[in-house]
Write a protein that binds this ligand. Structure first.
Ligand SMILES: *Cc1c(COP(=O)(O)O)cnc(C)c1O
Length: 361
């Protein structure tokens, strides 16, 4: 008896960041926002509990939310799809566009979900390393495929590709181009204005990071109607629940609250980056709410483990063993992290154990 397609049996599951109890851990591993969402979100949710929101199915196309998004981002409602988080929308894009065997290209290191989505689809991932300066690789611009994906700002590096290079990509691409802008609100520019010029452009956004919505699951996908129609055709009818739709409308009605939190996070990020540089780490230039720090040639696995013992969670990727990705929390969170790192490095120096300087360096 067959329980799963061969491709599903062979692939490994996407590994999300751990979700430990936040009463016990300082959680700096999945780029959540340390601030609560706008007060209006909580008010809207409280009101909605007394209404029909629980009993009735939600509007399939999120009409009211779509109209709000349309006004906020100056994009026609017909150009907007709403998802149960942007992960759902990325999934739909891969399913709509890729046949088994089709190539999907993206620069790496990047969001590892893209590989998982390609594998589910039995598509062929074409992973092309970023150059040192984190512009787009020439080979990525020149390669022929059925879908190109750029995470911008990129995770886990936080680096951004300039508008000029994105335009070069769009001018040269022979296929749809998906820009994953999960962190766009932390960055100086975004690709939404390019939508009007390029009918093969898809832009994915999430409310998870900048709007403090990770638990509510709301993502947005922008594209011209012809490109969007396949996604709307196959998505679950009721993919975004009523409470999330109501909450998202409230959040988008209070952009000031989001922008105020983003400003604070950016300031903390820059201060934290300098502190890490002073401790001999290379800090990738980040335009997101996290930083990737590196000790070239040295495994940071044991630092990651030691921090975990001290109840601080950061993200360690086995594929980037000399790096840690650290989400930006409150000022006091980052101070605690820096103090803990100092203590660990200090102990390491005194005891001359291999705790920190493991690896090849
Ligand atoms: C967080 C993240 C997402 C997923 O966002 P959700 O809306 O929470 O599903 C997508 N892409 C990147 C690069 C992310 O970091």
């Amino acid at each position: 008896m067959r329980y799963a397609r061969e491709a599903i049996q062979k692939m490994s599951a996407y590994v999300p960041g751990e979700q430990p109890d936040t009463r016990e851990y300082l959680k700096l591993n999945t780029n959540e926002n340390p601030f609560p969402p706008s007060l209006r979100v909580c008010e809207a949710l409280r009101g909605s509990l007394l209404s029909e929101a629980i009993v009735r199915y939600p509007p399939p196309l999120c009409d009211a939310l779509r109209n709000t998004v349309s006004q906020v981002y100056s994009v026609p409602p017909e150009w907007i799809a709403v998802g149960n988080g942007s992960d759902e929308l990325l999934n739909l894009v891969f399913r709509v566009i890729l046949n088994p065997g089709d190539k999907v290209a993206y620069p790496v290191p990047t969001y590892s979900l893209y590989r998982t989505l390609a594998q589910i689809q039995e598509a062929e991932p074409v992973e092309i390393p970023f150059p040192e300066d984190f512009t787009l690789p020439e080979r990525f611009l020149n390669t022929s495929s059925y879908l190109k994906v750029v995470c911008n700002p990129n995770s886990p590096t936080g680096t951004v590709v300039s508008q000029d290079i994105l335009v070069r990509l769009l001018e040269s691409a022979d296929c749809p181009v998906l820009i994953d802008e999960a962190y766009a609100d932390f960055a100086p520019y975004n690709a939404l204005p390019l939508l009007f010029r390029y009918p093969h452009l898809l832009v994915a956004r999430t409310l998870s990071k900048s709007f403090s919505f990770a638990g509510l699951r709301v993502g947005l996908l922008f594209a011209q109607p012809e490109l969007l129609s396949g996604i709307l055709k196959i998505k679950d009818s009721y993919n975004v629940n009523n409470l999330s739709q109501i909450a998202a409308i409230a959040a988008l009605g209070d952009l000031d609250a989001m922008q105020c939190n983003v400003q604070a996070i950016r300031a903390t990020r820059d201060r934290f980056s300098r502190a890490m540089e002073e401790r001999g780490f290379y800090v990738y230039p980040s335009q997101a709410n996290f930083v990737l720090v590196r000790k070239e040639g040295r495994s940071l696995a044991s630092l990651y483990e030691s921090l975990k013992k001290e109840k601080i969670m950061v993200r360690y990727f086995p594929s980037l063993p000399d790096c840690l990705r650290i989400s930006i929390g409150l000022d006091r969170d980052m101070d605690r992290l820096i103090d803990t790192i100092d203590t660990l490095l200090d102990q390491d120096g005194r005891k001359n154990v291999q705790a920190f300087h493991l690896g090849s360096g």
